[in-house]
Design a binder for this molecule. Structure first.
Ligand code: MG
Length: 187
């Protein structure tokens, strides 16, 4: 039988592949949504956990996000299994603070939601709430796990979801204004 080596996936397939890979690494969509909720509910009391879950799910369907999640986790796994070559094997396994390429992955995710996405990522990167802290601790040298890339990707997914929810709430707010008049657009 011909081996299946597809490179194109539908958005539904990319979501399922991302969700399952995150689960394999011990991260649930709800864990990411909880960080987004805690961040956004400070600014907008209309934020709900359900809206945050929906945003995380939506973001996990995007092709750029798919490639970042899949590549980041794969680098972590290879480092975990000692399959990269030194010196980069040791740098990634040690989660060296001055490495910074894991933050680039995170920033790339957050950038999808503009400057607010990036500053929200900065907040999560510095304060390491919930699952981000857990991943950071589980991947410490001396353990048998490595999450050098994943902690940043997960933090950025939460920042992106938090920003997406803020945009949805802003849209709803605009439409509640008594002076709002719907404009028909054929786009
Ligand atoms: Mg990291």
């Amino acid at each position: 039988m011909k081996e299946n080596k597809r490179i194109y996936f539908s958005r539904e397939e990319m979501f399922v592949l991302n969700r399952d890979l995150l689960l394999e690494r011990g991260v649930k969509i709800e864990d990411i949504a909880q960080i987004a909720f805690n961040q956004q509910s400070k600014y907008n009391p209309k934020t709900t956990l359900k809206a945050c879950i929906e945003s995380v799910e939506k973001i996990l369907t995007y092709r750029d996000i798919f490639h970042i999640v899949q590549l980041g986790v794969e680098i972590d796994r290879l480092a975990e299994e000692g399959k990269l070559r030194s010196p980069i094997q040791d740098v990634i396994r040690a989660d060296l603070g001055m490495f910074g390429i894991d933050e680039i992955f995170g920033l790339e995710v957050a950038k999808m939601y503009g400057t607010i996405g990036e500053t929200n990522f900065g907040d999560i990167d510095v304060n390491k709430p919930g699952i981000v802290k857990e991943l950071n601790e589980r991947g410490k040298p001396g353990t048998n796990e490595c999450h050098t890339f994943l902690d940043d990707i997960v933090g950025a997914l939460a920042a992106a979801a938090s920003t997406r929810v803020a945009q949805i709430l802003s849209e709803e707010e605009a439409k509640r204004d008594p002076n709002y008049e719907p404009i028909r657009m054929d786009i």
